[in-house]
Ligand binder design. Sequence first.
Ligand code: ADP
Ligand code: MG
Length: 222
Amino acid sequence: MSAPEHVHEHVQEHVHEHVVKAMLREAGVPVPRGVVLPPDTRDFGAAGELAEPLVLKAFGPGLVHKSEAGAVTLGLRAAELPGAAARMRERVPGLAGFLVEEQAAAGVELIVGLVRDAAFGPVLLAGLGGVWTETLRDTALRLCPVSEPDARRMLASLRAAPLLAGSRGLPPVDLAALVKLLLAVGGPGGLWERLELGEFELNPVIATPDGVTAVDARHLPA
Ligand code: ADP
Ligand code: MG
């Protein structure tokens, strides 16, 4: 599969989240349904087709760590979008537009990434994500392409594996969907084959008993 034109267009700078997500969707990675709106919009009608609760995110040059910049608001109803956007416009310099998307149900937050090792080439990374990424550094690495057994072994090797398998009354996550996501990224024919475009970080991928969703996607240009 060849890369869409718009990816090349943005490759020299920071690629906006919605552009990366469009590419992920195309590659079979589940991402939230969302709409993109201009920075000065007063009309959020396009978000009406999305299921609440909604998430409002800003994008723009230099907006890489969005939460820290105040560029993510969770748990909104559609009617709350104009007010939330007005506040975000005031606190986020260089806001180039908004992404409004459906909020995925809470689950286990994972990180899935593609990194390029100078000696070995493309490597798939999977581990515990979200706020625990830096603190616990619980990750597994495999050279691409990874096979399905490889992907399962990566997940099983995590210290967080019991969270995925279900423990202490928590239900197991949809492991088949998670393995499928890992293969879409790092398996045969996966996104890793397009690593000339740079590296990827999906953090978090939210895993629940009903499936997986990549709710944040970052592209790190080569
Ligand atoms: P950043 O990593 O740039 O600060 P994220 O897009 O990862 O911004 O959003 C911050 C946090 O908000 C995520 O780690 C996740 O917990 C939550 N989040 C973001 N988007 C969604 C979504 N669509 N559904 C559910 N939770 C989300
Ligand atoms: Mg994130």
